[in-house]
Design a protein around this ligand. Sequence first.
Ligand code: NI
Length: 396
Amino acid sequence: MVIAEWGERVETMTEDLAATRREFHRIPEIGFEEYETSALIAQKLRALGLQPRTGIGGTGVVALIEGAHPGKTLLMRADMDGLPIEERTGLPYASTHPGRMHACGHDTHVTMLLAAAQLLLERREDLHGCVKLVFQPAEEGLGGARAMIEDGVLENPHVDAAIGCHIWNDMPVGLVGVREGPIMAASDRIKITIEGQGGHGAMPHHAVDAIATAAQVVTTLQTIVSRRVSPLQAGVVTIGTIHGGYASNIIADRVEMQGTVRSFDEDVWEQMPIQIEQVVTGVCAAMGVRGTVEYHRGVPTTVNDSGMTKLVREAAIEALGEERVVVPEQSTGGEDMSLFLRAAPGCFFYVGSQNPAKGADKPHHHPEFEVDEDAMPNGVKVLVASALRYLGKTAD
Ligand code: NI
């Protein structure tokens, strides 16, 4: 494998990468509405000589690079949805879609995967097996990965392994982060309803106060992480909304709250619904009101397989040098790449894109989010080097 050759080639593609990324950046669309985005992806794949299939799992796009030799199939995934945010970067290539923004960097994921496809197509002779390029809709909590899996993306040909990456503003540009095991959290949603009895604010003894109970519930929920989860494990219980009440002199009969629950370890993930139910029903019973919990499982923990992580780390070191490959912190963010990684061993890695000198220091999902575009060649190199490594010899 002559990495020097194509590695240099990636450097010459840097301007093209930025131009392509800006094309996508201008047209952000939210989950399952990525019509322009997927049409542009399909057009660019056709220009490379591929035959993309569109409409997979809603707006998803899939294309197959067939190596010159038979072998395994590696799924390479880029998510492509934007967020319902009004962009405030003031950049010349800012969103042209009001109220929509690529504020998580999924435009760079699409760009990097397209570039990786171009390079891998030029090296079909070195590929034993197939690369399945997957452009996924609706990563932002709307179930795009699930929709594509239900639509058969893991079969025909059957996927043996999966890789993907996230541009990462928590990490300086120049670095990539590769970590074995859990890397992003399981993300669940809860809705809690508390039903008391309304009454006059001056006569609480004739009513059952849903708001006073809600206050107890919110406080007691915090003891799940501080008192029930092991201090050596992680968890988050956040109540994000609380609605109830009518006026200063009325006792509220009903409160609704919504929240998010995060965890990494399987046992914590299993326990969370049970413990939240215990707190809500227990506190409500003590206060003489009725409390119910609707617990919605979101995405499971994103877990990197040890063998595939080793492969990606070695590929990254080969492509970028050892000093630029780090072990990143785990993130309590959720990622539906987790569903691909549950179905096939794989690795999801971070591509550092933070550079305060270029204004690329805002957190993901911020209305002024911007990345250092010089991060993209690093991501492309690791994607290509990993694919060449995985498919570089006859499957055993
Ligand atoms: Ni994202």
